[in-house]
Design a protein around this ligand. Structure first.
Ligand SMILES: [Cu+2]
Length: 99
């Protein structure tokens, strides 16, 4: 009986230790707009930025620091809410809300 209780406790601990599934949202980096512009996500979720425009763009702010590029993708883990921008194009902004 004692072994069964210990086993049940170990199983419960193992289940509790499984991290919540982290979601990944895609943001297009276009000329000159992030799409979508606003995201609501959980801490630890990821954003996959996909460069689709022709002009060079970067992503700075809200804990994100991606240098200027013209193509490709970059996936980052989100740790805080805030606003991110492309420093090259005024008004090219995005917002992250944490729920
Ligand atoms: Cu830009």
């Amino acid at each position: 009986m004692r072994k069964l209780i210990v086993l049940a406790a170990l199983v419960a601990l193992a289940i509790a230790a499984i991290p919540a599934f982290a979601a990944t949202k895609t943001v297009k980096v276009d000329d000159n707009v992030f799409s979508p512009k606003a995201l609501t996500m959980k801490k630890g979720d990821k954003i996959k930025f996909v460069w689709v425009g022709d002009a060079p763009h970067n992503v700075k702010g809200a804990g994100i620091n991606i240098g200027t590029r013209t193509s490709g993708t970059k996936t980052v883990t989100i740790r805080k809410a805030g606003t991110f921008v492309c420093t090259i194009h005024p008004g090219m902004t995005g917002k992250i809300r944490l729920r």
